[in-house]
Each structure stands twice: as C-alpha cells, then as structure tokens.
Design a protein around this ligand. Structure first.
Ligand SMILES: [Zn+2]
Ligand SMILES: [Zn+2]
Length: 454
C-alpha cells in the first residue's frame, strides 16, 4: 500500500503533529536542530531520521516506536489474567508492511523485551487468497512469512481461502470452484471484495477457536481504519462502525467469544515504513489495492479519497479516527448477530426476528438458497460421505433467512445473480441457530406469561 507522498518525506517541511510534546523549543541552535538527535543529544550519532519536525538517531527512533506500540498491545490482553500467564493469540498476517512491522513489534515486546515484557503465545496465521486474486505473489509471501516466523519463533499456519467450504484435501479443486462461484456471482466489485473479507475473517475466527485462542490480532494501520470509516458508512454499516474501527471488537457467537484487536491503529503509514526500512529490510512485493484503479470499488475509492485528504492535511487520519471514537454503538444483544458478517443486529432487526411466529414460513420466503450443490452429481460424488464437504448438509439446512442478516448484508445478498448459489455452511448454520433460539425464547416467554396469568 505504498503511497509515494507518504513515503518520500521525512523532511523538514513535515508539520505533522504540530503542537505536541516533540515541538518543545530546545536549546540547540535552529540551524543545528536537524543535525543532533532530539532525544539522546549524542553528537557522535549519525542522524538518520527526520520525523515529526525532529531528528532522531536510528536507535532512538526504534525505541520510540516500540514504546508507542506497547500500551496498544497491552490493551490486547485479557485484564483478568495474571500478568505473567501467557495468553494464546492468533496473529493475522497479510504479508503487507503493516502486519510485518506488527509481528516484529509483538516479538520485541514479548519475547525479546529486557524488562516488563508482555506475555503472549503467538500463533501466526496467513489466509491465502490466491485462488480469487491470481495477481497475489503467493509463493514469495509464503516463503517470506515462513522465514520471519522462524526467526521470531512463532508457528505459522497457512489456510487457503477455499477452506471456507471445508478442508477435505481430496476435493480442493471443487472447493476452489465453489469459492470462485460464490464470489463471482455478486454483481459489484465492492460486494466481491467484501464477501472475501468476511470469509477471511470467518476462517481466522474458526482457526482461533481450534487453537483455543480468544483473540485475533490484525495489523490494520490507521490509514486503513480511516478508510473503513468512510467505506462502512457508505455501505450502510454505520451501526457497527464504532466497533469495527476500535482497537478491540468482540463478537460472541454460541458461547464462543472472539475478540478482533487492531493495535496498529495509532500508527500512520510513514511511521510504519520508516520502521520497516530500518529494522526489517526488504519485503516481498505485495499485491495491493493500490495497483487497482481508484474507481474499481467503493473500498478502493474510499482509500484513494483518504490518501488525497491526507496529502492535503496530515491531520486527516487522526481527526477521522478521533471522530469515529466518539461514536457509540447502542446496546448490543450477543444472541443476535448477522449470519454472514457477524456484526451485531440493530434493535429494529432483533424486534423483527422476535416477532416471527413460525420459523419454517420465513425460510420458505427465500428460495434463492434452497439449492443443494449436488444438483450436479458428478462433481460431488466423491465427497458426499465426508463431513467437511459442501454436500454433507442436506437440502433443508441450506436455507438462509434474510431476517438474520444485517442491513448491509441484505443488500449484498440481493446483488447475487446466481439463483443456484451455495454459500459456505456456516452462514446457513448461523441463520438456523438464530431463528431457532429466537423461537424457543418466544415459546418460553409465552409459557411464562400464561403462568403469571394463573
Ligand atoms: Zn538518539
Ligand atoms: Zn452482515
């Protein structure tokens, strides 16, 4: 996600964060200000980095970034745990600069820290999306990630995106086909990108549960989060926006609580790139949406917009995120979440589900997804006996009720052009479980009311 304007400057004309602690007038003569490290004042240090209007030697800059990251990482810990007990976490890697820098920073603050280190047991997970993004330099990224994880001593799990349709090694090609179909049947590029993000998050959620981890740590930088503020609002996701751009976002589904953490929230791209260049070195060439034209989708358009604003005023990203922090999502009910994207449902949607008297009648309203993937018997005949195949669910289970989707996902599903589309099993299961729970509750409620009447 290299933005040249952010990369090129570490210069004197950079007025980022004017007025903060680093702007204190110091005793060094003005002409020498950029020749001596602002922090250690060591004249013998070779100055390398001009940042926030001040000069830092390499050592002081690295120290500054590590110290800045630590309190954010500390927020990604379960406060109720004893501080020396390691917490099992999933570190989601994308192969990009931000997540690589995050990995190094986590390592520094946990394993390598001399004093007051944080206790984490990291498990790195990379979701390989090359089956839908052929431009992705999959092999380069995987080789690089394996090398880095080895270096830091974290185990690495690579999960292909098609595993959203099960993980039976025998039917991989069939799963790739299903994944492509399920992504390509949406008419807009925005929806295609969004659905692949939901699948990626679901795989990470599932992987975290298997690894007995309660949280997934993402390396999303402040710029990406600021982009999210715009894109979520324009996609009708304003309701859950405050959660999705916060450092910590918890979803609880069927008693399984998973927290998504974004400790890189405070870091702008410039800080990340300077650190990466000085500490990590060369990264593999990344597929990024920056290679795509701005008008490709709503997501890329918002990204382009944020970068343009940031070029005009360097405070844009901070202002946007600070404004988003002031928003509050209304009280959330953990029993009601979107079957597709796992965001909380609004009170209006919940009331609607609670008002449904007969679950079966709602399911039959939706004839889009009643089709079994086995209509084409030849492709599935080998897999029909395994639990993980798409066909293990019978016809009755492949039903998705629009009532259990959030506003934005209802719009997304409407865009589907393929009447025989089969979505991953988890979506149907979620939908069914939400409706059943709601109905059971309703029945109990009726019973209790009758009881009180007596
Ligand atoms: Zn220094
Ligand atoms: Zn949704």
């Amino acid at each position: 996600m290299a933005n040249t304007s952010e990369l090129a400057v570490c210069g004197v004309n950079d007025h980022e964060d004017e007025g903060n602690e680093f702007m204190t007038v110091n005793k060094v003569a003005k002409k020498d200000r950029h020749k001596i490290c602002y922090k250690c004042r060591d004249i013998n240090q070779k100055l390398i980095i001009l940042f926030r209007n001040e000069a830092y030697c390499k050592t002081c800059y690295i120290d500054l970034i590590r110290k800045k990251f630590k309190p954010n990482l500390a927020k990604c810990r379960d406060a109720s745990r004893p501080s020396r007990e390691s917490e099992n976490v999933v570190i989601a890697l994308s192969g990009g600069t931000s997540s690589n820098v995050m990995l190094e920073l986590i390592y520094q603050n946990t394993t390598n820290a001399q004093k007051s280190k944080l206790f984490f047991k990291g498990n790195c997970v990379y979701i390989d999306e090359s089956s839908i993004y052929p431009n992705l330099k999959k092999d380069d990224i995987e080789v690089y990630l394996k090398k880095q994880c080895n270096l830091y001593g974290y185990p690495l799990t690579i999960i292909p995106l098609e595993n959203i349709f099960g993980d039976n090694p025998e039917n991989r090609e069939h799963r790739v086909k299903m994944l492509k179909e399920s992504v390509e049947s949406f008419s807009s590029q925005t929806s295609r990108e969004d659905i692949s993000i939901f699948y990626r998050e679901q795989l990470l959620r599932k992987c975290a549960l298997e690894l007995k981890a309660k949280r997934v740590i993402f390396g999303t930088s402040s710029v990406s989060l600021a982009t999210k503020v715009f894109s979520l609002a324009s996609k009708g996701r304003g309701f859950t926006l405050p959660n999705e751009v916060s450092i910590s976002n918890q979803t609880e589904v069927g008693g399984d609580s998973i927290i998504f953490n974004q400790p890189m929230k405070e870091f702008i791209l410039k800080e990340i790139y300077i650190y990466s260049r000085n500490v990590i070195g060369d990264l593999p060439t990344q597929f990024s949406s920056w290679n795509a034209p701005a008008k490709q989708s709503l997501n890329t358009l918002c990204e382009d917009f944020v970068h343009t604003l940031q070029d005009i005023s360097s405070q844009t990203v901070y202002t946007l995120l600070r404004s988003a922090d002031k928003l509050v999502t209304p009280t959330l009910d953990n029993n009601f979440y979107c079957s597709l994207c796992y965001c909380h449902l609004s009170t209006h949607d919940i009331n609607h589900i609670n008002s449904i008297k007969n679950v079966k009648s709602t399911n039959s309203n939706n004839n889009n997804n009643n089709n079994n993937c086995c209509s084409d018997n030849s492709s599935c005949s080998t897999t029909s006996t395994t639990n993980n195949s798409c066909c293990s669910t019978n016809n009755n289970n492949n039903q998705l009720s629009n009532d259990t989707l959030c506003y934005s996902c209802r719009i997304l599903v409407k865009e589907n052009r393929n009447p025989n589309l089969v979505l991953p099993k988890y979506i149907y299961e979620n939908s069914k479980s939400i409706l059943t729970t709601a109905q059971l509750k309703n029945e109990i409620k009726d019973f209790l009311l009758d009881d009180n009447d007596d």
